[in-house]
Design a protein around this ligand. Structure first.
Ligand SMILES: [Zn+2]
Length: 425
């Protein structure tokens, strides 16, 4: 009988001691964090295109404190902190880190591998791919439908600093109906099949639970299903984007997505003309993916006359782009090369920006599409996409002036991601 209270007392004492240790150790860790010296980096003499759409600023100064932009503006008006590392880039142009707003970095580079893909090889390939993209100045990518858990895990690995590459923003597997787009030929793990409004709601909740940054839906779906998905995504304050594609009732899918209030349509493809003004009125974005549609159009031309209708649809993207732009629909830069076409990366990205210009956008407009608007469709414009005070310090120094020739985007000399200079070799 006498032993029982002693054991209880010991437990209480142990608990008390543990609490004390936790209580005292916690603030000290925080204090150490606070005492870490701020590392300043100043970029001077630049022609600054800040991504907001404002005219370029000559002889600009950008001050970076650790991973953030502390200040930027004209020379003489921006104070450079004592002890800052200074990089003079006189005569060169600074732009925000570029963003690819539509790709699939977890997919295999050969179509047949979709049937025996595994997470390990997908993850290794993803790390390599993201590194290649970073080295051309693409500091962030938006992965819209990833294989299994690899998209989420790539994001975690990036945040842990386990690899150097473009920052992943991910949807996880896309959501479609049973047998819908992404399941062709029994491809493995790139979409989740759901049915009915309740099924689509559950699938959206599942993505949110797994850590998706945004949600991707692929047709076919019913009106009720897309409405439920959009409602559920918005309930969780998640951006929701919808793939536009050709099916029998092709025109209804986009119409229903627009009616439901989805945030974005992927691909300037099979969009009914009368839906375009509705997209503009509702401020629904489009990621037109022009270059891959044109590339597929050229590849399908070889397939024979029975493919003519599809080839026509692919090439229509150019006219749709003009109509979307004229209507004021905000468009982001995304590439979407999969399978064998992945061999065109990383420089394929520049083709897309150049196509914006070839189809009527000014170089400044195309740069804004590749930075600020692409950050908006990543649901990350609070921290990415422009060079402004408080934003994450992602920026690229170009040798040439892309406002004179958009091809100068290909001349990255210095790449900074979250305040860190990226070694280019
Ligand atoms: Zn895609």
């Amino acid at each position: 009988m006498g032993k029982k209270p002693n054991k209880g007392c010991r437990l209480i004492l142990l608990f008390f001691l543990l609490s004390l240790i936790l209580f005292w150790s916690q603030p000290r860790v925080e204090a150490q964090e606070r005492e870490k010296p701020v590392k300043y980096l100043a970029i001077t003499g630049a022609r600054l295109i800040d991504g907001t759409g404002h005219a370029p600023l000559e002889k600009a100064v950008i001050v970076i404190a650790n991973d953030r932009i502390a200040n930027c503006g004209p020379q003489g008006q921006v104070e450079i902190p004592k002890g800052a590392e200074i990089i003079d880039v006189k005569g060169k142009t600074v732009i925000p880190g570029l963003i690819d707003a539509h790709l699939h970095f977890t997919y295999p580079p050969k179509e047949e591998e979709f049937f025996f893909i595994n997470e390990a090889i997908s993850a290794f390939r993803a790390a390599n791919f993201l590194h290649q993209m970073l080295l051309i100045g693409v500091t962030t990518v938006r992965d819209v439908s990833s294989f299994s858990r690899v998209g989420y895990e790539a994001k975690k690995a990036f945040n842990l600093g386990l690899f150097e590459g473009s920052r992943p923003i991910v949807t996880g597997p896309g959501i479609t109906c049973t047998g819908g787009h992404g399941t062709e030929g029994y491809r493995l793990g790139i979409v989740e099949e759901a049915d009915g409004a309740a099924g689509f709601r559950r699938a959206v909740r599942q993505r949110v639970k797994e850590g998706a940054d945004l949600v991707k839906i692929l047709p076919p779906y019913s009106r009720e299903e897309i409405l439920a998905a959009v409602e559920e995504a918005h309930f969780h304050e998640k951006f929701i984007t919808v793939h536009s594609g050709v099916y029998k009732a092709q025109y209804d899918f986009v119409r229903w997505a627009v009616e439901a209030g989805a945030d974005c349509i992927e691909h300037a493809y099979a969009l009914p003309e009368d839906v375009i003004p509705q997209m503009a009125a509702k401020k629904i974005y489009c990621v037109p993916t022009l270059s891959i549609l044109i590339k597929l159009g050229n590849q399908y031309k070889e397939k024979g006359t029975e493919w003519e209708w599809k080839v026509k649809k692919y090439f229509e993207c150019q006219e749709l782009f003009r109509q979307l732009r004229a209507a004021g629909v905000r468009m982001a830069v995304g590439t979407d090369a999969v399978g064998e076409n992945m061999a065109s990366y990383p420089h394929f990205y520049f083709e897309e920006v150049e196509n914006f210009v070839a189809l009527g956008a000014s170089p400044l407009e195309a740069i804004v599409a590749a930075t600020r608007i692409s950050a908006e469709v990543c649901a990350a414009s609070d921290r990415l996409g422009t060079i402004e005070k408080g934003k994450i310090a992602d920026l690229v120094v170009l040798a040439g002036d892309p406002l004179k020739d958009i091809k100068q985007l290909r001349t990255a000399e210095i790449i900074i991601q979250a305040g860190r200079l990226i070694p280019l070799k």
